[in-house]
Design a protein. Structure first.
Length: 83
């Protein structure tokens, strides 16, 4: 996937234990929630537009992943957890 193809509000996968949701996007950066299926928490990450992270990234098609992001609750200043 290319940086320019990422859309705010959409979820993505690298086909590992994580899922990613775009929260905001600038001209050369993207802010994402990174959700760990193993730890059941989500944390924010900021990636540069030229980051290798986007190699192998695909749009998430499983609706239950989107539902997880919608049900996260505040845990502390940098983490959300499943409710």
């Amino acid at each position: 996937m290319k940086f320019k193809d990422l859309e705010i509000g959409h979820c993505y996968t690298r086909h590992d234990d994580g899922s990613y949701k775009v929260i905001d996007k600038g001209s050369d950066w993207v802010l994402m929630w990174n959700y760990s299926c193993n730890h059941h928490v989500a944390m924010t990450w900021i990636y540069k537009s030229d980051d290798k992270f986007f190699d192998g990234l695909d749009e998430e098609t499983d609706e239950w992943i989107t539902e997880i992001f919608d049900s996260l609750v505040y845990h502390d200043y940098d983490m959300l957890k499943e409710s």
